[in-house]
Design a protein around this ligand. Structure first.
Ligand SMILES: [Zn+2]
Ligand SMILES: [Zn+2]
Length: 258
C-alpha cells in the first residue's frame, strides 16, 4: 500500500514560522500524503540543555555543535503550534518532538515534556554514552574506532528498549539507524528485532520505517532492515513511514522504495 503519512519531518534548518511549516505541508500534499507529523529535536530548545551534559563533555566538537543547535525556547515552538492550529491546511498536520533519549534523562524529561499536550512524542537514541554516532566529522574517531561494533550496537538497542519502557513515547525514531555506516554488528540482530517488536506492541508504540539513512548515508535498506520489518509484521507491531526530512524537498523521500 502506498504510504499516506510522513511521520517525522524537522523544522531544524528554518524559522519556527507558519510560512516555513506551510512549505513542508505543501511538499507533502504534492506527494499525495494525507498526514504530516512535524517535530524538532529537543536540542533546539534551551529548556532541554541540562540533559546534554554528557554530549557536551564527550568532545569539544560536540560542545560547539550543541551550542549552534540551541536557538529557541520551547515556548517559541508552542506558540507556533498554536498559530498553526488556527490555519487551514490541505492535509492533516500534527506536532510533536523528537526527544534525544538516554535512560538517565528519564526524570528530567518526564517533567519537561509535561509543559504541553503534544500530539505525539518520538523517542530517539542519538548518542552512545554521550558520543554521537552519526557525525561524519568525528563519530568514527571518538566512537566507532574506539569501541567494538558489537558493544555500540548493543548499547544502542538497550537504549531504544529503555525508551519504550519509559512510558514517555508514542513512536520510536529510526529504530535501527545504528547500521548507517554499515559496521558489522558481530552478532545476530534478530534477537534485537524480536525484543523491540515485542516491546513496541506491548506499549502501543509505532516503530518508524525511516528512510533517512537510505538517502543521507546511502544505506541499501530503504527503511527498517528486511528481517526487522518481517518481525514487526509477524508480531503485529505498528509502523509509521517517516522521511526524517530536514528540508521541505525531502518530505516523503524514498517512500516509493519501502
Ligand atoms: Zn533522530
Ligand atoms: Zn529526526
Amino acid at each position: 500500500m502506498k504510504p499516506d503519512t510522513d511521520g517525522h519531518v524537522h523544522l531544524e534548518n528554518g524559522p519556527l514560522s507558519v510560512d516555513y511549516v506551510r512549505e513542508f505541508v505543501n511538499a507533502a500534499a504534492q506527494k499525495g500524503l494525507k498526514h504530516l507529523q512535524i517535530l524538532d529535536h529537543t536540542h533546539r530548545f534551551y529548556e532541554f540543555a541540562p540533559m546534554y551534559e554528557d554530549v557536551i563533555q564527550a568532545d569539544p566538537r560536540q560542545k560547539a555543535w550543541f551550542e549552534k543547535k540551541q536557538i529557541n525556547s520551547i515556548q517559541d515552538y508552542i506558540q507556533l503550534i498554536e498559530a498553526c492550529r488556527k490555519e487551514e491546511f490541505p492535509i492533516e498536520v500534527t506536532f510533536g518532538l523528537e526527544v534525544c533519549w538516554a535512560d538517565f534523562r528519564r526524570e528530567f524529561l518526564a517533567e519537561q515534556l509535561a509543559v504541553y499536550p503534544w500530539d505525539f512524542l518520538v523517542g530517539s537514541v542519538h548518542s552512545i554514552q554521550g558520543r554521537l554516532y552519526d557525525m561524519d566529522g568525528w563519530s568514527r574517531e571518538i566512537l566507532w574506532e574506539k569501541e567494538p561494533a558489537e558493544w555500540i550496537y548493543r548499547q544502542y538497542y538497550d537504549q531504544v528498549a529503555s525508551a519504550m519502557e519509559s512510558g514517555l513515547f508514542t513512536q520510536i525514531g529510526h529504530p535501527d539507524v545504528i547500521k548507517m555506516y554499515q559496521y558489522d554488528p558481530g552478532y545476530d540482530l534478530q534477537e534485537e528485532y524480536d525484543r523491540l517488536c515485542e516491546l513496541a506492541r506491548k506499549h502501543h508504540i509505532l516503530l518508524e520505517e525511516n528512510t533517512g539513512a537510505s538517502y543521507r548515508y546511502n544505506h541499501p535498506d530503504a527503511g527498517l532492515a528486511p528481517a526487522f520489518r518481517e518481525t514487526a509484521a509477524r508480531l503485529g507491531t505498528g509502523t509509521i513511514t517517516a522521511s526524517d526530512a530536514h528540508y521541505p524537498k525531502h518530505v516523503g523521500m524514498n517512500f516509493d522504495l519501502l
